[in-house]
Structures are given as C-alpha cells and as structure tokens.
Design a protein. Structure first.
Length: 267
C-alpha cells in the first residue's frame, strides 16, 4: 500500500510540474482581442517600405524575425506613402522614418481597428532622436523597429519595467544593449501569436470599410491620438485610443525618449 501511495505521489508531482512548466511557457501579452482577419494560417502581412538606407536592414531583420511565427509571415514591399505623413493603407502596415522633430517620441505604432479586427497600420521611427546618442545605435534601432511592428500584429509588452532584468525580447521594455539583448522576438512572442491567431475568420481584413473621418485625420501628436488609456510607471511607454464609434478605433503605441510626466499625472 505504501508503495502505491509513493507511486501516486510521484505521478501527481510530475503532473503539477508539467502544468507549472506549461503555465510559464505560455505567454500572455496580447494588447486586447485585436487581430488581422484572415481565412487561413499562415497569412502574409505586407510591410510597406518607406525607410532610408540606414533603416533598411532593421526593417528587413524585423520582417524576417516575425516571419518565424507559425501563423503569419511578413514581407517587405514597396511603400505607398510619403515618410513624413506616413499614411496607413488598408490591409497592410506602412513603415516610415523621418526627422519628426523634438516631440519626445522614439517610435510609434498606429493601428486602425474595426470591431476586434485590425484593418491597417503604420510605424514611424523618429530620426531626430535616432540620429543622436544613445539612440543612434544598431541595438536601439532594431529594438524600436521590432517592437513597433510587433504591436501591429496584436502583441503588447511582456514587461514595462526598464530597470529590471532583461527578458531577451524586443517586446520587453528595457535596455536593448543589455544582457540578454532585446532586439528580436522570443519564443513567448511566437506562442502569443499562436494564441491570438488560433481561430480563423470567414473574411479577410483587406477591403474593410472605415468611417471617412478615420482616413482624413492626420495623427501628428498626442492632441490627435485621443485618450491615454495606459502608461508605464516611468512614463516612457504610452497607449492612446481614439474612438470613432460603432467599434471603429485607432490605437497608438508610443515609446518616449523622455518620460511623459504630464500624461502620467493625469492618468
């Protein structure tokens, strides 16, 4: 009888250990139920190339990295907008760089959604800061590019404490030059994408009709981004949302070069 109890105990410990491992291994950092509508996996998302030669290798590396996912591929195609305005185009993500000025932000991911489906997006990286230390390094450029594209896929941050230990993913907000480096996705990011895109849709996002006001507005700064709905404790990560009604919204993920204390105080 004692031997049987020992055997049962060993089995239960093994089961609990497996459950604990699975709980640890499964990521949970979607920023909502938002995803690109598609009828099969893997699907392909086009990244419009509106960047200069300095940013070209970082865009291409980020595209290659995210294409390692089992549920989606990204492909770099000719851009369809001017870098300064960086207008979003339905069914794809436009990626742009320019010197957008001394406005405080390093990078932005703008995401248009109808109901819980992403319809289009854009990524801007600000050369005003990236042309100067400490942000003019390969590590910072790759980190910002990788993270902002990750947001357009439906991913949030794995962690938002800049000063704690690095997780080794671009979806962690921390020093990208630290150890481990934070310039590429990790397995948790790919796991989360599998969860986000586990179900299929009956239609695709391409061709979705959105209110005209969503297409006319130019998102130049916080005054056009809408309501601040989330901010990290240090004020360097923000998420804004502008609601156009009937399930139509535009989100902006922002990485700041300097903390947004005023926003933080009002949050």
């Amino acid at each position: 009888m004692l031997k049987s109890y020992r055997h049962i105990s060993i089995v239960l410990l093994a089961i609990f250990g497996l459950v604990a491992f699975q709980s640890f291994a499964v990521a949970n950092h979607a920023w909502g139920s938002y995803h690109w509508a598609r009828t099969s996996n893997p699907f392909t998302l086009k990244l419009g190339d509106n960047v200069n030669n300095t940013w070209q290798p970082f865009l291409e590396e980020a595209s290659d990295d995210w294409s390692q996912s089992s549920v989606l591929n990204t492909t770099v195609v000719a851009g369809s907008t001017r870098p300064r305005s960086c207008k979003a185009v339905t069914g794809r993500v436009e990626v742009c760089n320019a010197s957008y000025g001394n406005n405080g932000w390093l990078g932005i991911a703008g995401i248009y959604a109808s109901s819980n489906h992403i319809t289009k997006g854009y990524v801007k990286v600000n050369d005003y800061y990236h042309n100067n230390a400490p942000y003019n390094s390969s590590a910072w450029r790759q980190f910002v590019m990788c993270q902002e594209i990750g947001h357009t896929l439906g991913l949030g941050h794995q962690d938002e404490d800049f000063d704690n230990a690095n997780l080794g993913t671009c979806m962690d907000y921390g020093d990208p030059t630290g150890d481990p480096a934070q310039q590429n996705p990790d397995q948790h990011d790919y796991n989360q994408l599998e969860t986000i895109y586990a179900h299929l849709d009956s239609t695709t996002t391409v061709g979705s009709k959105v209110p005209d006001a969503m297409n006319r507005i130019e998102f130049q700064g916080p005054g056009q981004w809408g309501k601040l709905i989330h901010q990290s404790k240090d004020g360097r990560i923000s998420l804004y949302m502008l609601d156009f009604g009937n399930g139509h919204k535009v989100f902006h993920f922002v990485i700041w070069a300097t903390p947004r204390k005023a926003d933080q105080d009002s949050h």
